[in-house]
Ligand binder design. Structure first.
Ligand code: GLA
Ligand code: ZN
Length: 670
């Protein structure tokens, strides 16, 4: 475990309070009271660390790090490239991003620098190296936090300046070698879009090209590569005088950066979790979303990740911002740990007095010191986590199932003009994942580059794009006994969005021949029977023919395609593939996956049926150690029946046969 224990703390911005020594003293005193053992410093401190070009002032930071050390508090040290000081943008305007419409940004905000600009890179590198030299070997500094939420502020997260255009052209030259190859991949003769000179290529723009999906895809890949390259440059800079690991804080499923690519630059994955709790009385949708994201972060390295930010009370950037109801702070913090986080960190420790985030929740409010409900609930987490250090050390979740979530597939499926224009890939994948969550079956969330061996069940909803090697990988997975689920509109196109011709790349494994795809209007909703119930078939209804080997489980009941299969099972090798030809609803997905899990022999850790709103996941260690987290996302008590014999890992209570959970309770069992 990084730092030797579960980390508890968060972003600390003392540079906003340097002229108030009494505040800085109170901070450390109250951190102790809240059970804070780690804070993140320097995330947006560039203007204070380098007040003038080339003049560094690190004294204040050193003093704060030393004071924290004397109080036994560890430090995650950030590089400050997340926001630029005004002297930099004034002297070197080229560091500011150019938007897709060609306009260069004015100074201000954050996350808005050009990733290509040699000046930006040089200034960042020099400051990072100086930080590395001064702080990289301090004993209470444990981790580098590179920049902040990379590419977080603009609609496409990209810079379209001339430097970036030329870097993009070089990137394309490397990828395709010749313009002929590029023109083929982008299907250039359509509308006479044949490039005869590399200089003719320009990034997608609202007043320019928006219709070539091959270009869109490559531009998105390039942007991810360019950002990853910038991050890699920072990674190297901080390593100059320091052996500490490095991370950068991800957001959730953030479309503009393929995090599975960016994570390769990092030692540890970390992310910022802001679920919309209390959006509605049913907390399950928010819980599923958070669980999905946590699991995805863990799956990137198959190692514990860090929850870098979360809010102890209320955020300030949604239309309405509900405060966390009593108990939700503990539950949502435990949820992160349950899915593999080795930390509970907050944005932020203390509310600032001015500017944009002054009403964003923090551990300390403007008033009342530690006498607040928020502080007390934070302190409860601070008290609870150390009791779990020993149990959770060297453990992580090892699911037997995986759900595919692939950024390139996402970009493709939402960029194309295809059977519907409202395809929502994350929502579709999440609805499949929800069936796992409701039954307490943990899944890894991985992309098409993942190694599938070791999984019993792999689900790839709306898997439109097949990257090179993917079909072969799935074929071997199923041949060896795996169970693979996919849906309509899968296996349509390759990685440059050229459609496959002839047949579906996995026709033999899936046992279906695709023919037409109907995107019916609501009045034309179809239906089918599965088990003993009718379910809707809607939005995307594919008309497919079963191959001889396939078992047709359900058929459409209406319209001219009545009798055509909707749910198909095809045995292949030692395993089976399931094809869901239509979109249906959540109840269907839950029923379908329940049957699949039963066939695959997958059971949840408690080996029992879970009441609605309750889920379970477990972290295990190599020595056979198990920590089972049972979480109740209902704001009312609930009883889980049929559980066998378990011991509460925290207070030693023995449960036999049933477990009673209070509202929003998370129990840890062993
Ligand atoms: C992000 C940022 C933080 C802060 C929070 C507010 O996660 O990284 O600096 O702005 O959002 O929710
Ligand atoms: Zn640029």
């Amino acid at each position: 475990m990084l730092g030797g224990h579960l980390l508890h703390g968060g972003d600390y911005n003392p540079e906003q309070w340097l002229d108030c020594p009494e505040v800085l003293e109170e901070d450390i005193r109250l951190m102790k009271e809240a059970g804070v053992n780690c804070v993140t410093l320097g995330v947006f401190s560039w203007a204070v660390l380098e007040p003038e070009e080339g003049v560094y002032d690190f004294e204040w930071l050193e003093e704060i790090i030393d004071n924290l050390r004397n109080a036994g508090i560890q430090v995650i040290l950030a590089t400050p490239s997340g926001a630029m000081p005004h002297w930099l943008t004034q002297k070197y305007p080229e560091v500011m991003q150019v938007r897709a419409d060609g306009q260069r940004n004015l100074p201000g905000k954050r996350h808005n620098f050009c990733y290509t600009s040699p000046v930006m890179r040089a200034k960042t590198k020099a400051l990072d190296e100086a930080l590395s030299e001064r702080f990289g070997r301090k004993d209470n500094v444990i981790l580098w936090h590179l920049s902040n939420e990379l590419a977080g502020n603009f609609s496409d997260g990209a810079c379209h300046c001339e430097l970036c255009q030329s870097a993009f052209r070089n990137w394309l030259k490397e990828r395709y070698g010749t313009l002929d190859a590029l023109n083929h991949a982008w299907w250039g003769r359509f509308w006479s879009h044949v490039y005869t000179d590399w200089e003719q290529i320009h990034s997608p723009a609202p007043h320019g090209e928006t219709t070539v999906t091959g270009l869109e895809l490559d531009w998105r890949r390039f942007v991810t590569d360019q950002i990853s390259d910038f991050c890699g440059m920072e990674r190297q800079a901080v390593a100059l005088h320091s052996d500490l690991p490095a991370t950068t804080n991800f957001m959730d499923t953030f479309k503009n950066i393929n995090y599975n690519r960016l994570q390769r630059e990092l030692d540890i994955v970390s992310w910022d979790n802001y679920p919309f709790w209390h959006r509605q009385k049913d907390e399950v949708p928010a819980a599923v979303q958070a669980a999905f994201n946590h699991s995805m972060m863990r799956s990137m390295k198959k190692k514990p990740f860090l929850l870098m930010e979360s809010v102890p009370s209320v955020i300030n950037w949604r239309n309405n911002n509900p405060v966390k109801r009593p108990g939700m702070h503990m539950l949502s913090s435990m949820q992160a740990v349950a899915h593999g986080s080795d930390s509970v960190q907050y944005f932020q420790w203390r509310k600032g007095r001015g500017s944009y985030e002054k009403f964003h929740g923090a551990v300390l409010d403007h008033k009342n010191g530690s006498s607040t409900r928020t502080f007390r609930e934070v302190a409860e987490v601070g008290k609870r986590l150390p009791g779990l250090d020993r149990l959770l050390d060297k453990t992580v979740n090892h699911p037997k199932a995986a759900v595919i979530f692939d950024w390139e597939n996402w970009w493709a499926v939402e960029d194309i003009t295809g059977p519907r224009l409202d395809l929502d890939y994350p929502a579709c994948v999440t609805s499949h994942y929800r069936a796992f969550w409701e039954q307490g079956i943990e899944a890894d969330i991985v992309d098409m580059d993942a190694d599938l061996s070791g999984y019993e069940v792999v689900s790839a909803p709306l898997n439109y794009m097949y990257k090179p090697g993917w079909a072969e990988k799935v074929r071997s997975f199923v041949a060896a006994g795996g169970r693979f689920v996919t849906t309509c509109f899968s296996g349509m196109a390759d990685e440059t969005d050229l459609c496959f011709t002839g047949h579906h790349p996995l026709e033999d494994v899936l046992g279906v021949i695709q023919e037409e795809i109907d995107a019916p209007s609501e009045e034309f909703e179809n239906q089918f029977e599965y088990g003993d119930r009718k379910y809707p078939a809607r939005r995307l209804c594919e008309i497919v023919h079963p191959k001889e080997s396939a078992e047709v489980v359900s058929v459409y009941e209406r319209d001219f395609y009545a009798g055509f299969p909707v749910v198909i099972r095809n045995p292949y090798g030692q395993g089976e593939a399931c094809y869901l030809a239509a979109e249906s609803d959540q109840e269907f997905l839950c029923a379908f996956y329940a049957d699949l899990f039963a066939r695959a022999g997958l059971v949840n850790a408690l080996e029992t049926e879970l009441p609605y709103g309750v889920t379970v996941t477990e972290r295990t260690g190599t020595d056979g150690k198990r920590a089972v987290f049972v979480m109740n996302f209902r704001n009312s008590p609930v009883t889980v029946e049929g559980i066998g014999r378990w011991t509460d890992a925290e207070d030693g209570t023995v449960y036999e046969g049933k477990l009673e959970l209070k509202a929003f309770q998370c129990a840890v069992l062993k």
